[in-house]
Design a protein around this ligand. Structure first.
Ligand code: WTA
Length: 703
């Protein structure tokens, strides 16, 4: 039954009124085969915390068992499985060899459809990982604890390189292939990483694009920040060929295939690592200008992604599982590589974009490989629907579970996913979580819990979320009020800290709701997720989006400060502000507002320069939809740019009361100009949903 809910609207607290969606029961098939049995919620009830997570740790193979489940002695730097020792590569590869050595670990689908799919068995993966680990250790000279940066696209060399590092106890830091060379270099400098692993070129959107060129930019950017890159290890996308215009630099750049010959058949002893050692860094945006390196643990992280892959995606070793995402993001690390391989299943990787060989390349891949678990982001789902809403019916698709991740999914898109893609046979798990968290935080258990379109569900097993208002009071379930979603307790997948910046870790995630910095009781340290959300009376959470300065473009986090500082790198620009604009396909897109230095004339050339600079500093994914040149920004009396006012303008929404601004008169003129321009460019105003409106109104409130 659909009921309408009216709630109060205030500006300081995000408030929302919308329709409650109806429930969907888990389909029969998943109820029969599901890994999770009906006693599971009880096993993970709060009175069994933290020991409930032993169930996850026991899914792994340990060299030495832990002494302490959860160490809270240095809050909020939580440590799991302290005293335990293990190796992540052994857990994802070696331990499956005996029973499953000849089964596929990875199936890689290249973008060109005529090219052959690569099947990599666990035995083959073991060989490749060992050889590359040998090369890293003996040729590149990396040692346990060093950082190695990858700037790799969606090719099997990426998981091979990750697992090779894990084998050596070396910390990997993969930078999304679509990021610019400059972005890669800045991350190298932050991690003080002197080895870069890259590829000459890769297929994207039908083209073999030059990628090695970005390595040269990365080296330059790292050098500017004081880090000298010593070696660049270059894989070749097409064996024996070189598809980059960037020359190989003698003594610095090496073709991996040429070096690997010496390591053929090499076996490298895995390094037994402490559970609270570091597995990898994943840089993400938020709160201040520079991206921050979320530092993930070995034992806690691996146990968490393995356990959640088993219960929330219902992965069994004999499944063929496809997570259609990029390993360059946390989703790919946790749910293409570590979780699925931890469980010894077959994980599918696809090199390219969904829109190639339109309208239904992805459905042909799923049909051909017999994919039974499908995982992707709302952006991809929207795109697939747009390409051909009736296409899934033409293919022999039989998914048992389907996941969605990374953005709120509109109920309408959810229903298409369920009925048309899943053919009413698959359960949907909407998984809410973040780079910092390692794995799912809010979702429903397939087979056991009812689904509700647009809501991720309750907190996952052993995770107890709560909504708080600005003062720290709990906003009760069913109150109809939104607030800041927090997690009351530590969980094993949570990051150890921000690389090199423990103060920022405390400030960004824990200081807001902590009342006693000395307390070693975890109850005093709620994790502040930086997301707005509301909880319905049934306990299900609906995520509204970021409350900090992050714009979620197609499921990718972009920091407004990063966008703005790229824009102000352009000589002519005095000031810049980035805001989100609702986009039918990508969820959100970026619009830039810039003001010019005195004496500079507004021109298209200047806006183009801003766009180019953003592409250079961050990458094409951050390309703004529009760059608006304005005389001045709407500001508070203390000089702060009111981003929510311009965000309203960009979204054709009412700007609200602006009389308290220092320069209220500017608002009307910007509004008039931008609206006219947008309409001229073919942008059709549409009414925003309550949820969208709430997000726009809240934008930029947390500084
Ligand atoms: C958003 C991606 C609604 C949220 C795993 C979060 C979601 C940010 C969902 C993290 C979801 C992620 N429903 N919103 N199911 N999943 N988000 O770090 O705003 O790339 O804070 O991690 O994406 O993005 P990140």
């Amino acid at each position: 039954m659909e009921v309408s809910k009216e709630t109060e609207v205030s500006e300081s607290q995000i408030a929302v009124h919308w329709r409650e969606e109806e429930y969907y029961e888990p389909p029969a098939r998943i109820r029969e085969v599901g890994n999770a049995d009906p006693t599971i919620r009880e096993r993970f009830a709060e009175e069994h915390y933290p020991d409930c997570f032993v169930e996850y740790a026991e899914m792994l193979t340990w060299d030495k068992k832990w002494d302490t489940v959860l160490d809270t002695s240095n809050p909020p730097f939580w440590r799991w499985w302290v005293g335990g020792k293990l190796n992540a590569c052994v857990n994802c590869v070696d331990r499956h060899l005996e029973a499953r050595g000849d089964r596929n670990a990875i199936i890689w689908v290249p973008e060109p459809e005529a090219d052959e799919t690569q099947e990599i068995t666990y035995a083959e993966l073991h060989r490749r990982v060992n050889e590359f680990a040998g090369l890293l250790r003996d040729f590149a000279g990396v040692e346990t604890g060093d950082r190695v940066t990858f700037h790799l696209p969606m090719v099997p060399e990426l998981p091979v390189a990750m697992l090779a590092c894990a084998r050596l106890g070396v910390i990997h830091s993969e930078v999304f292939g679509g990021f610019s060379g400059t972005a890669c270099g800045q991350r190298m400098a932050d991690a003080v990483s002197t080895i870069l692993v890259t590829m000459d070129a890769y297929y994207r959107n039908g083209e073999l694009i030059d990628h090695k060129a970005k390595a040269d930019e990365a080296i330059e950017a790292a050098r500017e920040e004081g880090t000298e890159v010593e070696k660049v290890l270059v894989f070749r996308r097409i064996p024996g060929e070189y598809h980059s215009n960037s020359p190989m630099v003698e003594g610095r750049d090496f073709f991996v295939d040429e070096l690997l010959a010496q390591y053929a058949g090499k076996e490298v002893e895995p390094v037994s690592m402490p559970a609270d050692g570091t597995l990898f860094l994943m840089y993400t945006s938020g709160t201040t200008g520079r991206p921050k390196g979320a530092q993930h643990s070995i034992g806690g992280y691996l146990s968490y992604v393995t356990g959640t892959s088993k219960y929330y995606q219902d992965i069994h070793p004999d499944d063929t599982y496809w997570c259609f995402a990029d390993i360059g993001w946390i989703t790919g690390h946790s749910y293409i590589v570590y979780g699925p391989l931890g469980l010894g299943t077959t994980t599918v990787m696809y090199e390219g974009v969904p829109t190639i060989a339109r309208p239904s390349r992805p459905w042909r891949i799923a049909e051909k490989l017999g994919v039974d678990i499908f995982h992707t982001a709302p952006t991809t789902i929207r795109m697939l629907r747009k390409l051909g809403a009736d296409e899934p019916a033409k293919y022999d698709l039989h998914f048992k579970t389907m996941t969605t991740v990374g953005e709120p999914i509109e109920p309408d898109v959810w229903r298409w996913y369920f009925h048309t893609v899943g053919k009413d046979e698959a359960s949907i798990t909407d998984t809410w979580w973040q780079t910092e968290n390692g794995g799912f935080l809010g979702s429903t258990l397939p087979g056991l819990e009812k689904m509700k379109p647009g809501s991720c569900g309750p907190g996952v097993l052993g995770v107890y979320p709560v909504i708080k208002d600005e003062e720290g009071n709990e906003v009760p379930a069913g109150s109809g009020k939104a607030g800041n979603i927090c997690i009351r307790n530590p969980w094993p997948g949570s990051f150890l800290t921000i690389w090199g910046d423990p103060d920022r870790y405390v400030q960004t995630y824990y200081a807001k709701y902590n009342r006693d910095p000395k307390s070693t009781d975890w109850h005093d340290w709620p994790y502040f997720a930086n997301d707005g959300a509301m909880q319905a009376a049934d306990g299900y959470f609906r995520i509204l989006g970021r409350v900090d300065d992050v714009i979620n473009v197609a499921g990718h986090r972009l920091g407004t400060k990063e966008l703005e500082s790229a824009a102000t790198e352009v000589d002519e620009i005095a000031e810049a502000a980035a805001v989100p604009v609702i986009d039918e396909l990508r969820g959100r897109a970026v619009e830039m507002y810039v003001s010019l230095k005195p004496g500079v004339e507004a021109s298209e050339k200047v806006s183009d320069k801003v766009t180019k600079q953003i592409e250079k500093e961050i990458g094409k994914i951050a390309r703004p939809k529009n760059v608006w040149i304005v005389a001045d920004m709407p500001k508070t009396r203390s000089g702060k740019i009111m981003r929510r006012v311009i965000a309203s303008i960009s979204n054709f929404a009412d700007v609200g009361d602006v009389t308290a601004l220092a320069n209220p008169e500017i608002v009307a003129s910007i509004n008039e100009y931008v609206r006219a321009q947008k309409v001229a460019r073919g942008d059709v105003p549409r009414e925003l949903s309550e949820q969208e409106l709430a997000e726009i109104k809240a934008f930029g409130q947390v500084e």
